[in-house]
Write a protein that binds this ligand. Structure first.
Ligand SMILES: [Zn+2]
Ligand SMILES: [Zn+2]
Length: 365
């Protein structure tokens, strides 16, 4: 009982994205708290639930688009505009943000901008992030007195007059850039890459899959630069596994898909690609998991470090040419690796890992 109370207390403290955390007693936006959490997101170490905060900020922006809060909210969303592309997993979160920011941008567009061709708007270079500086600026946007006191310390941003930041014409431009990034995010979450053009690369003339080339292109492990951050080559492999793989290709392709799935967080692979990996993994028969097999000592998962997984795939596929690449793992029992229970264990582990990456246990709103 005491324990539960503590846990609930921590959850509450960890969840400042509940709207009340950003609202003062008089119902207005608490720009300091909002700016702090925006700063924590852009620093890469969020102290809040970014999905909840950004979704809330977008809705609030739509509601307050013609009011004083529009500038601090729009600048907060602009500062974090690339976050959804890399880190938001649920399409519903991004779709709701798009609807809200679009509604706000219509209000901005309909309002008067007294600045001829944007002369008097802050000159933000859209190729630069300015993220920390923008987070620091948020509280000043909502408070003329603080702006006058503190703006001189913001020289990096070349902030210009406060009126320019508050102008709906300027905010319309921010909203357009936020929307561009949100649309890129929704594509990355929902649209798996086309892979038809890769047949020419990964199929031999006789129609066999070129497993060795695939493993080389995917790279040997997480200590090297990611070779396939869009997941495209691995999606080709997953689709081949789902349909069209020859019997002798199935285990190498499965282990290859398991290996790339275990790297998806490290490489921040596009969620849509990871969904295709999961489709392939879900076709593996789980029945052997419940039955005993001949390998009472277990299967050699633990003996294959991540950086050797592609070498294992090559060694399985063509032992004569590639067994030597396994190095210390050369003793691997080929029978145990070919056991259906091993395949089922690997698929289950990769499904569990990718479920956490895609945050599938959290409900979509
Ligand atoms: Zn203007
Ligand atoms: Zn076995």
């Amino acid at each position: 009982m005491g324990n539960q109370t503590t846990i609930r207390g921590i959850e509450k403290a960890m969840d400042p994205a509940t709207p009340s955390a950003y609202i003062r007693n008089d119902g207005s936006l608490d720009t300091d708290t909002f700016a702090e959490d925006i700063a924590s997101i852009v620093s890469g170490y969020p102290d809040c639930d970014p999905d909840a905060l950004l979704g809330w900020a977008a809705r609030r922006l739509a509601e307050q688009a013609s009011g004083d809060e529009a500038a601090p909210l729009a600048v907060g969303l602009y500062a974090t505009r690339t976050y959804p592309y890399w880190y938001v997993r649920h399409a519903a979160v991004v779709r709701q943000m798009i609807d809200a920011v679009r509604a706000a941008s219509e209000v901005f567009a309909a309002a008067d901008c007294p600045h001829h061709e944007g002369d008097g708007h802050p000159g933000l270079d859209s190729t630069r992030a300015y993220t920390e500086e923008l987070a620091d600026l948020i509280p000043l946007l909502g408070d003329e007195h603080r702006w006058d006191e503190e703006i001189e310390d913001m020289e990096v941003l070349n902030a210009g007059p406060r009126d320019g930041w508050l102008c709906p014409g300027f905010l319309a431009g921010l909203a357009r850039e936020i929307l561009d990034d949100l649309r890129r995010a929704i594509t990355r979450i929902t649209r798996a890459p086309d892979t038809g053009h890769l047949d020419a690369l990964y199929l031999h003339r006789d129609g066999r899959a070129d497993i060795v080339r695939l493993t080389r292109d995917l790279g040997d492990g997480r200590w090297r630069d990611p070779k396939d951050p869009t997941g495209t080559a691995a999606v080709w492999a997953a689709r081949r596994f789902i349909a069209g793989a020859r019997p002798e290709e199935r285990l190498p392709l499965l282990l290859l898909v398991c290996a790339v799935t275990r790297r998806c967080a490290w490489e921040q692979v596009a969620p849509a690609a990871v969904h295709v990996y999961r489709e392939a993994l879900a076709t593996v028969d789980p029945a052997p998991l419940a039955a005993p097999c001949a390998h009472g000592e277990g299967h050699p998962t633990a003996w294959v470090p991540d950086r050797k997984r592609m070498a294992l795939v090559r060694a399985l596929h063509a032992p004569d040419a590639h067994a030597g690449e396994l190095g210390d793992a050369a003793e691997i029992d080929q029978d145990a690796v070919r056991c259906p229970k091993y395949a089922a264990e690997q698929a289950r582990e990769a499904l569990d890992y990718s479920r956490r990456y895609l945050r599938l246990d959290e409900e979509e709103e």
